[in-house]
Structure formats: C-alpha cells, structure tokens
Design a protein. Sequence first.
Length: 498
Amino acid sequence: MEEDEFWSGPLGRWVVDCAASGVGSIVPQHQWRRAERVNATVEYAELCDGFVLNLIYFVIDPASVNPVLVNEITTSNFQIDHAARFRLFTLLLHNLHRFYRNRLNRLIVMTLPDVFSIVRNPTPDGSGHELNKVLLLLLGCAVQSDQKEVFINRIKSMSLETQTALVDEIKKITDREDIAVNIEALGLDCDDARTTHVVLDHLERVMKERDPYVALEVQNGHESDEATSTTGSSSINDGDLMNPRKLHDFRYDIRTPSPTTLERHANVELASIKAQVRKLRNELEEKDDQLIAREDEVKEKTEEVLRLQQERLGLVKDARDVKYLRDENECMKHEVEKLSRIVADHDKCQKKLSDLEFYENRVQSLTADNDTMNESCRLLEMQLAECQQRLQTNVDYETKMIESQDIVKELQTELSQERRRIEDLLLENGHLTHQLKSYSEKNGDLERKVNGLDSSTPRERASGSLLDEMEDCNRSHILELELENRKLKAKLDTSNAR
C-alpha cells in the first residue's frame, strides 16, 4: 500500500481530522507532537508510535485514561522507542477488546492487527493494512460510545464522498459478523438456547486463548529484537577482549600453570561439559517431547477451532435464517396490521364517500337554489332600482302635483272669483238685457212715434236726431257687453278643460 493510498482512504482522512485538523480537532496537536511539528503534515510513522491513537481512545472512553503513561510520553518530549510502541499498541488493543466485550457486548473474531509488523515496519507498504485494522476497530468504538455525537458531527463536516466511505466502514463493524460478533444476535429460543450458550462460551474461550498466543508471539519477537541488540553489543565487547594487544597484556599478567594442573583442570572442565551436555540433551529431549505435545495440542486446538468455526458458521447461518424468518414474521405481522388498518380506512372512506356524494348532491341543489335566489335577488334589485327610480319620479311628480294642487287651488280660487264675477256679470248682463229690452221697446215706441210724425217741424227732426244718437250709444254699449261676455265664457271653458 502506498502512503498516498493510505492517506486518501476514509480511515486515514478520519484520523487526520480527529488529530490534525487544526483548531477544533478532537485531540489537539500539542498533546502528541513536538512544538516544531505542530501544524505539520501528519506522517505515517507518527501513527505507528501508537500514542495519538491511545489519546483518541481516551476521548472515546475517558474512564480508561492512563495519566502515568501520558505523563511519561510527554516528559520524554514524545521520543517513543520500540518498547514504548509495543506497550502503547498492546494497551490500545486491550482497551478495544474490553470496550467491544463490556460496552457493546460484541466479540472480536477478526484476525488481530499484527502489532509486531506495525512496530517493526512503520511504513504503509509494510504495515498499512494492519494499521487500518486498528483504525477500523477504533472507528467502531467512536461511533458507538457515549461521545458518538462529537465524532458523528465531525464526520458530517467532512466531504460527502468521505462520509459515504466512512459509513461503509462503520457498517463493516455494525452489520457484518466477520469482524465483531454480536453475542445477543446469536441467541436462539427454546431448546436451542442452551446449545447456543455453550457454543458462545467455547467461541469466547477460543478468542481468549488466541489473544495470549498473539501477545506471546509479539513478546517473543520483541525479546528476539532485544536479544539481537544484546548479542551485537556482546560481540563488540568480545571483540575488544580478543584484541591482540589486550590479549598479550593479559597473558603476561596471568601466570602460566603447570601441565599437570592444566590436564587436571581440563579433565574437570571436560567432565563438567559432558554433564552439561547430558543435561542439555535431556532438556532437549524434554523440550522435544513438550514441543511434540504442544504441537499435538495446537493441532487439536486448531481442529477444534476449525470445528467450532464451522459450527459457528452454521450457527451464524441458522441465526441469520432465524433472524430473517423473525424479520419476515414481523414484516408479515406489520403487513397484516397495515392491511387491517387499510381495510378499516377503506370502510371509513366508503362511508365518507357516500356522505360525500350526499353532500355533493346537496351542494348541487343548494347551488341551484343559490343561483335561483341570486337571479331573484338580481331581479328584485332591478325592480328595487326601478321602484327607487319610480319613487324618485313619484316624489318629483308629487312635488309637481302639490305645486299643481296649489296652482289648482289658486286657479279654483280665481275661478270662484271669476264665477262670482261672471255671476255678477250675468246678473248685470240680465239687468242690461232687461234694460236693453226696455230700451228696445222704448226705441220701438220712439220709432213708431217718429214714423207717425214725419211731417213734424224741424224742431221735432232735431229731437229725432238726438234719439238716434242715444240708440247708437246704447248699441255700442251692448256690443261691448257681448264682447266681454264672450271673453268670460272662453275663460270659463278653459278653466273647465283644466
């Protein structure tokens, strides 16, 4: 694995966001880096030290904080050797096992990270896949701990692609059973419960036996490294001892023993060496026997592990089938309940639909009545407007009628006056007519007298001329009266026409 590939992966980006994202990171950089390295690019070897990963776990589980270890690393100015790396990763794996078992009730069944490879080869090519295992287990703890909101909010602030990749990594822990087995999910009902518990006990015992073997292997590798370094230093010391000059000085400092003494000493040393050889041979035979016994035990354990793995796979398959059937049963129950609710809702809807049809018909009839009433209202409004107009016209007419009545009253008064005047005139006319008759009679008498007196004297003729003048005067007066009588009749006819 290339270093760019490691850092571009979701786990690499997540651990950088937790420990080296600048202000607001979950683990501040000054807690795990030297002052001159703050805000510098994170290197793969810094993760292989194991200190920053332990600090992230201390944020996940504050109860597991080891102040002595933190103080020791901080005091040494973050100078971490191989032994410290072994101890840090051993502590981290122990805490991860305990967290999954006690807090999440899950048992880690994946191949454990090769701590020896991480410590010995702090490069992505040599230990990138093993370090990704550690980061995957650490991410599973982070998103299922009491501090999960802090980590989830940090993940939500990352890019959408990174969020999707991290969700896939989290599903490996929570949904899949090849990394950590959910012990509760393997529980069966009724008669299979006891068998399940026995299998779980065997599985947990195998996992517990595996962990000491891994720890022993790591410890042996670590001791092998220390022995190699010690052998190198011893060889250097032996080389110094076998320096010819020092050997020459040593020879002259020690007195040369006699041959008898040398032979006796050689025999004693030879006997001692033979005894040691026999002892070592016996020990070797015992070790060989123990090794054969251990190999047989390992073979038996391996066969038992394989058998238990097969049984576990069968039980996991059965558990998955049971879980699937249980889920199917629950789904069917939900479907039945949903169908019952749908049937009830259908009945209610049918009832509401019939009510709705009734209301629609009612609304239509009311709409028709409303239209009729609106039309009636419109006609009544038109009639009202006409009536108001007619009323206004009638008011005007009443006003004019009142005025006309006043005029009529005045005209009636005038007519009464005219009638009284006409009556007076008629009386006067009758009186004048009577006078005219009398005057006519008198005139006839006078004409007769005039005719009888043709032969009268000029004096009498002069008297006749005076009579003519009187007649002419009476005629003109009669004509005036007739004319006035006609005018009065015309006024009377006009008044009667009104």
